[in-house]
Ligand binder design. Structure first.
Ligand SMILES: Cc1ncc(COP(=O)(O)O)c(C=O)c1O
Length: 366
């Protein structure tokens, strides 16, 4: 069986380092906002090229805290409209709602499945104040175009980089250092994943950094003194120690993911399997390798029968989820079509060459 993602194998590479880190944490017993969080925040900010990083509890909180932070700073206010891609994980949209803002669902660019300047332009209005760009599947969106558009229209540019740790553009700017602020998830399946939940905000805006640091820790900089109405959303100290260990191999892992993707792109040759525009440069870190097929049900059953794991990112578009029923009448035909046809093939840094070739062979035989 080729599992979709072998988390055991991924993390087993670091087992003895994790055990040492856990021992150290037990010895110091500084479990909340200890040295490991500070160390990881510095390392991850350096890695992304930003001035600051704030560890938080998960990726959804990272997004929500960025928006709440801007509200606290007076740069956004309740009811402002925020552009989001219609084809994303629901967290992107939930963050907007949790912050009391209004999502504007935008169809993605049909070539990249990401937002681009031309797809966004027609949705701009005086009420739109920010733009959340998702680097879906690990591929950077049209960052140059979107940055220009954001600057020209005085919009905040927020990156949802939950799937794009380490992706970089042609000028070597990494995901997390492209917009005004970025949100990361360290959910176990991510390219940089911890052994539980975790997330971070990166930014070079020192004002935003200070306010998110406060918001994420009960609005408090000094124990039992609360300056603003905050939350409890902190990156766990033990998780931070694991993340620092795994950060050392992130680039190598991403390189291997790209290598596998190149092989899929070169060798999958089946008219029934369509592959959208996947960049082969470092601006794609292949969190997912997504193909499209007319009869997904049949194809997924075929893969299962042939012992190949698969997943769908994602089976139901956010605006068609029961939780977001007030948006269900929006006309988003391309988004709806994507969600019916996409399927993700296994891709991970621990896949063997034989496994990659088996996936290609089985897909070509379909
Ligand atoms: C695009 C995107 N945004 C946000 C999130 C939310 O992250 P988390 O699950 O850590 O809250 C995820 C991952 O789950 C994601 O893939």
């Amino acid at each position: 069986m080729i599992t979709f993602l072998d988390l055991h194998k991924i993390n087993d590479r670091f087992r003895s380092e994790f055990e040492d880190a856990l021992q150290k944490s037990l010895d110091t017993s500084h479990f909340v906002l200890g040295k490991n969080v500070l160390h990881f925040q510095n390392e991850f900010a350096r890695y992304c090229g930003t001035k600051h990083c704030i560890g938080v509890a998960n990726g959804l909180d990272a997004l929500t805290l960025i928006l709440k932070g801007y509200i606290q700073l007076g740069k956004l206010k309740k009811g402002d409209k925020i552009i989001v891609p219609a084809n994303t994980f629901i967290a992107t949209i939930l963050s907007v709602l949790h912050a009391g803002l209004e999502p504007v669902f935008v169809e993605p660019n049909p070539e990249t499945y990401n937002l681009s300047a031309d797809t966004v332009t027609k949705y701009l209005s005086k009420d739109v104040k920010a733009l959340i760009v998702v680097h879906l599947y690990g591929q950077l969106a049209d960052v140059l175009g979107l940055k220009k558009l954001a600057e020209a229209n005085n919009l905040l540019l927020i990156e949802d980089a939950a799937q794009a740790h380490g992706a970089k553009d042609n000028s070597n700017n990494k995901a997390g250092n492209i917009g005004d602020a970025a949100a990361f998830s360290f959910y176990p399946s991510k390219n940089l994943g911890c052994l539980g939940d975790g997330g971070a905000v990166t930014t070079s805006d020192s004002e935003l950094y200070e306010v998110i640091k406060l918001l994420s820790n009960y609005g408090s900089n000094k124990k039992y003194v609360n300056d603003i109405v905050g939350f409890n959303s902190r990156l766990d100290d033990i998780q931070a120690s694991f993340l620092s260990i795994k950060l050392n191999t992130l680039d190598e892992d991403n390189r291997r993911r790209r290598e596998i993707a190149r092989e899929y792109l070169r060798d999958i040759d089946n008219p029934k399997i369509m592959i959208s525009n996947h960049s082969q440069d470092e601006n794609h870190v292949f969190y997912a390798f997504v193909v499209e097929v007319e009869d997904r049900e049949e194809f997924s059953q075929y893969l299962t029968k042939n012992n190949i794991g698969w997943l769908i990112h994602y089976p139901i578009p956010p605006h068609k989820q029961k939780a977001l029923s007030e948006y269900s009448n929006l006309s988003l035909p391309f988004t709806e079509q994507i969600h019916k046809r996409i399927l993700s093939l296994p891709i991970s840094p621990v896949m063997t060459e034989v496994e990659v070739k088996t996936v290609v062979e089985v897909v070509n035989r379909y």
